[in-house]
Design a protein around this ligand. Structure first.
Ligand SMILES: [Zn+2]
Length: 399
């Protein structure tokens, strides 16, 4: 009863030379003498063997189990098996691990999020054994279909290395395992990561969505994605009733990159070389990246002072103002203002950005950004109005 493995009767327990608990046990299980091939219960003992099944730790310390078990002769004349050793449901034939040790290792990986390598080291088992135990623990959970989700996140995730195989006929490389996966998150509920498929094409994402029940797909109201047309077309194909919200971080990132592109091009045209310290444009390059509201009055004066000197500086200033004009509608989201934004306000501010770009259409980087933004206008407005983004979901799932 204390030892807790059905069919093992403890005959002795003592501390070994190094303090390890040693447990001696014999078999106390009638079915243990049944031949694993034919099922006949044997009455002829052939031999006695000593087995060392691994077991869970006791109070944090390892336990050494010594199991004195019998080898039996099969009594059935037609059976091919001559002899067999006793086995128990907790310790199947040719298995040196007790089932409870494997279950514990699998549960630690699944529930506590430790790696199979760490669980294997702690339990004193091999990595494949720990990984198999994890797969056995995860299987039943993965078979359950996710509950309906109103706000779905789709994002790519890099996992491991790609693996290739050479086609022997053509000599070409074939992709066996893609390093990129597509992940699906529950953004407003508590289900976290809903699913993950290999690859990051439209078909990869659509495949996972197609396997969901039609009622589940109909329940999705908003889908948050990166600014990437691949997932957008998967959503439009499989979830025609859902609205798309793009990650606003990527919108700001594009604007910051555009400002840097203009600065580098203008500096090259002005000096005929890359920028270097001492150039006024170089001295403000980190300030141009910062959000306007985070600049001190002295920093703001430094930027305007550096940029108002000549036409080159004014071109950089126009790009910089464009970046801030694009951030303007994004700052209407409830997380910034504390109140629900009005759609007309968001669209007015987006229009003001596009208007600025049209007034400065001699700056190609600004025009190109305006084209991208107007292509994603509805998705940007949806993100500002709903406030959904993948950033937090990805953080929670892959922390
Ligand atoms: Zn048999």
């Amino acid at each position: 009863m204390l030892f807790g493995v059905e069919g093992l009767q403890v005959t002795d327990a003592q501390a070994g030379p190094d303090g390890t608990l040693e447990v001696w046990a014999v078999t106390d299980y009638p079915a243990a003498a049944a031949c694993p091939d034919c099922g006949t219960v044997s009455g002829r003992r052939h031999d006695t063997v000593l087995a060392r099944p691994r077991d869970v730790r006791r109070a944090g310390d390892p336990v050494a189990v010594w199991w004195v078990k019998s080898r039996w002769k099969c009594d059935e004349p037609d059976c091919d098996r001559k002899t067999f050793t006793e086995w128990l449901p907790q310790v199947p034939p040719r298995c040196r691990l007790t089932a409870r040790l494997r279950e514990q290792a699998g549960a630690e990986i699944a529930d506590r999020g430790i790696t199979p390598a760490e669980a294997a080291r702690h339990a004193g088992i091999s990595w494949p054994a720990a990984h198999d135990a994890f797969a056995a623990a995860a299987g039943p959970v993965l078979e359950q279909a996710p509950a309906p989700v109103a706000h779905l996140g789709i994002d790519e995730h890099r996992r491991g290395r790609p693996r290739w195989r050479i086609d022997e006929q053509t000599g070409e490389y074939l992709l066996l395992a893609d390093r990129w996966h597509t992940c699906f998150f529950d953004l407003s509920g508590d289900q976290g990561l809903l699913g993950q498929v290999e690859g990051r094409t439209t078909d990869d994402a659509a495949y996972w969505l197609a396997r969901a029940a039609p009622a589940w797909r109909d329940a999705v109201r908003v889908v948050a994605i990166d600014m990437c047309s691949i997932y957008a077309s998967a959503v439009r194909r499989m979830l025609p009733g859902a609205r798309i919200a793009v990650d606003l971080f990527h919108v700001v990132h594009l604007a910051v990159k555009m400002t840097g592109d203009v600065r580098r091009r203008v500096v090259r045209g002005k000096y005929g070389r890359r920028g270097r310290s001492g150039d006024p444009e170089y001295g403000i390059k980190n300030l141009l990246v910062r959000n306007l509201e985070h600049l001190s009055p002295a920093q703001f004066a430094k930027v305007t002072g550096a940029l108002q000197a000549d036409p080159a500086g004014q071109e950089i200033a126009a790009a910089w103002i464009g970046k801030e004009k694009l951030r303007h509608p994004l700052n209407l989201r409830a997380r910034v203002t504390g109140s629900v934004p009005c759609e007309r306000n968001v669209r007015d501010r987006l229009f003001a950005f596009c208007d600025w770009c049209a007034c400065n259409d001699d700056i190609p980087e600004l025009v190109s950004l305006a084209r991208t933004v107007s292509r994603w206008e509805d998705e940007i407005v949806c993100a500002v109005l709903t406030g959904y983004s993948n950033a937090w979901a990805s953080y929670c799932a892959f922390r």
